[in-house]
Design a protein around this ligand. Structure first.
Ligand code: ADP
Ligand code: MG
Length: 695
């Protein structure tokens, strides 16, 4: 595509700015820089209609009395705009010489801007202004585009309207063949979508608000359709062509454990997922599966059984956790479960000492170790397995896609990969961001769990909360008290944590009560010791930051107190709450907040106190915060659409997904003549898809 500096009116300097400020490099980029609103030039208000309640106005009139007043910082241009009904003041503080040269006393202008009042006089500061051109107000709607711009661009005469002039220049040389149709005609007909060229025209320069809406509908669909198609093709290609190790038998390890050492009956959901994994790993293709389960749904045991399956088939398995504490805990619970089984399970983390590490790596390479549990340390290049067949990534959102891929490279054939999420991701997001993975859901909690009672209290009632904690401790329970430390480096948060700790200590004096404290600034060893004391029941209270957020399992803990709960997101609150309610005892979660809450924070407290269902909470979180801020998907980039918003445009997304599924089911190689248009479009957008086998 043509570089943007070749467009008439751009030139090297403006091009530089457009690239830097808006990432517009080519003609195509400019064409895809869509307007955020349109001005309807026929909607002209009378100046005397402006009132205190007016927000933005569009008026037309003659400029008079333009003058430069004030000194230094206060220097400004002031002019009057007069129509038949009254006078509006226009003011400029910047770009004064440009205004003086271009805005001329006695000429008629169309003015748009935000109305303000100063000493009773209505005024517009830095209005959008242009010469009034009456021939265009021909009774029909006339909608002029306004584009996103930046302060820097505005100061260089490229505000939202001026960028529109560039788009206009560009559109004049664009022909239908430059924007060929990329959707099969049967889709266009079926879904009543307008052609692509027309959509581009109407989104920039609509004939009417209706045709703008049609353009938007068409282009949003196109965007979501191709995103889904790309993911669908990657998944399909993996299903059809990727080679994986074969687990074709359920052997002694699995059976022995299942029949003799499994401490409970599996839930229906656990059995179902296990079956999905068994089918996936037996067919000669590499499994790449996302396991979504609510906190406490019992993902660990599923992971363990899957690893036993690998061992039965002569392979090693590994499990990667996001923190040392969690890796340590997995090691302990898994070692305990396997204690009678004569299997070697080891731990590798950043703090494994050099000598131990050397021994461990040797044992790993010659196949003596069956299961390796660890942190990021697992994916370092020096870690070589004899024959890794199964890799589990626990609490996925801390790991990037690239890290996942590194695991694959640890064997000749890539190992099967099971990715387990910490908290559910809304289905919408899962299918958009992880559409290339297969997908399992565990939507059932083990039996006998009592629902956790969650309450919200303002922090002036902290002493009652402390009394309640005391009662629980007397009953033999343990308690978490969590402080926000969003950034571990945040000094204020850290001081609050220390103050909070002193406060808790005052309520619960040693030696009658013992407290563990864990936070990110401690050395790993100290963290570990404090954590272990709590896990073993030596301390009754755990004061901590969110370092314990994911995974830890202390069934005897029955109270979770979250301080400054308004600072946490919904999924984080849910995740923290999931640390209790793991034993047989009734559990409680108490959210302490200040009394002045934003509406959104209030809404969050309402949601979290009203449901224990992680899937519902995830959906609400998505609605409240939008897709960009959901953990685990931020880096994926797949959610950044130019026009579509996967929350508001969910119906369009669903339709796109459905259409893609139908197309790929009938024509996975896109060879049908009707589908050539999408195939060509994808090839043209090369680099965004693994297209190697389908060309
Ligand atoms: P998560 O899915 O959050 O990782 P865990 O695997 O840590 O959950 O399991 C939570 C708790 O539930 C553990 O104490 C585990 O032993 C227990 N558990 C798991 N599955 C079952 C089951 N089918 N029946 C009873 N308890 C179970
Ligand atoms: Mg877990």
């Amino acid at each position: 595509m043509n570089p943007i500096e070749y467009l008439k009116g751009v030139g090297p300097q403006r091009a530089e700015l457009l690239k830097k400020e808006l990432e517009i490099f080519t003609f195509k980029d400019l064409l895809e820089h869509f307007p955020y609103r349109h001005i309807d030039k026929t909607q002209i208000s009378a100046i005397n209609q402006v009132s205190i309640t007016t927000d933005y106005i569009q008026v037309a009139g003659v400029i008079t009395d333009m003058e430069l007043i004030g000194k230094n910082q206060g220097r400004r241009l002031v002019a009057k705009l007069k129509d038949k009904t009254g006078t509006l003041e226009l003011i400029w503080f910047q770009s004064l010489s440009w205004v003086q040269k271009n805005i001329i006393n006695g000429n008629a202008y169309l003015v748009y801007g935000k109305v303000g009042f100063y000493q009773g006089q209505s005024q517009v500061v830095h209005p959008e202004i242009e010469l009034l051109s009456p021939e265009k107000s021909d009774g029909k709607n006339f909608l002029d585009p306004v584009y996103p711009s930046t302060e820097k661009l505005k100061s260089r005469s490229m505000n939202g309207r001026q960028i529109g002039l560039l788009t206009k220049t560009l559109w004049a040389i664009i022909q239908p063949k430059d924007l060929p149709e990329n959707l099969p005609s049967f889709i266009l007909e079926k879904l009543k979508l307008i052609p692509r060229y027309e959509a581009y025209q109407q989104i920039h320069f609509p004939n009417s608000t209706e045709s703008y809406a049609e353009a938007l509908k068409r282009l949003k669909f196109e965007e979501l359709f191709f995103a889904q198609l790309r993911l669908g093709l990657i998944k399909m290609e993996r299903h059809r062509f990727s080679k994986g190790v074969i687990f074709d038998k359920v052997g002694e390890c699995f059976n022995n454990f299942y029949h003799h050492y499994l401490p409970f009956q599996l839930t229906g959901a656990q059995k179902r997922v296990l079956k999905e994994i068994r089918q996936d790993t037996a067919n000669g293709r590499q499994m790449n599966r996302l396991l979504q389960g609510d906190v406490g749904s019992g993902k660990t045991i599923v992971a363990l059984l899957a690893m036993l399956l690998a061992i039965d088939n002569g392979f090693q398995a590994c499990m990667m956790a996001p923190t040392e504490i969690l890796a340590q805990q997995h090691l302990e619970s898994i070692s305990e479960l396997l204690v009678e089984m004569n299997l070697r399970v080891e731990l590798l983390t950043g703090s494994t000492k050099a000598a131990a590490r050397r021994k461990l790596l040797a044992a790993l390479a010659n196949g003596d170790i069956h299961v390796l549990i660890g942190t990021h340390a697992l994916i370092e290049d020096v870690v070589q397995f004899k024959n890794l067949g199964f890799a589990i990534v626990d609490e996925q959102h801390r790991f990037g896609v690239a890290q996942r891929a590194k695991l694959w490279k640890k064997a000749v054939l890539p190992p099967h990969v099971l990715v387990m999420t910490a908290t559910p991701i809304p289905r919408t997001l899962a299918m958009t961001a992880y559409g290339d993975l297969d997908y399992s859901v565990m939507d059932e909690l083990p039996p006998g769990r009592q629902p956790i009672t969650t309450v919200h209290r303002f922090d002036d009632r902290r002493s009652q909360v402390m009394d309640f904690i005391k009662e629980e401790i007397i009953k033999g329970r343990q308690v978490y008290i969590i402080f926000p430390l969003i950034e571990e480096s945040d000094k204020l948060d850290f001081e609050n944590l220390m103050k909070g700790y002193e406060n808790v200590k005052a309520y619960f004096p040693e030696p009658k009560y013992l407290i563990s404290m864990v936070h990110g600034k401690q050395p790993a060893e100290q963290k570990e010791t404090n954590m272990q004391r709590f896990v073993k029941g030596e301390t009754q209270i755990m004061v901590s930051t969110t370092v314990i957020e994911v995974g830890v399992n202390v069934p005897n803990a029955s109270v979770m107190v979250i301080e400054s709960a308004e600072k946490f997101g919904l999924s984080q609150l849910h995740q923290l709450r999931g640390r209790v309610g793991r034993g047989a005892e009734k559990s409680f979660c108490i959210l302490l907040t200040g009394s002045k809450l934003s509406n959104e924070a209030r809404e969050r407290m309402k949601i979290i106190t009203s449901t224990n269902d992680g899937f519902i909470i995830a959906e609400k979180d998505l609605e409240l915060r939008g897709p960009g801020s959901i953990e685990g998907t931020r880096q994926s980039g797949t959610l950044n659409f130019k026009l579509a918003n996967i929350v508001q445009d969910k119906p369009i997304l669903d339709r796109a997904k459905l259409v893609v599924d139908i197309i790929l089911k009938d024509d996975p190689d896109l060879v049908a003549p009707a589908n050539q248009v999408c195939k060509e479009f994808l090839i043209q957008q090369q680099g965004k898809t693994a297209w190697s086998r389908i060309s």
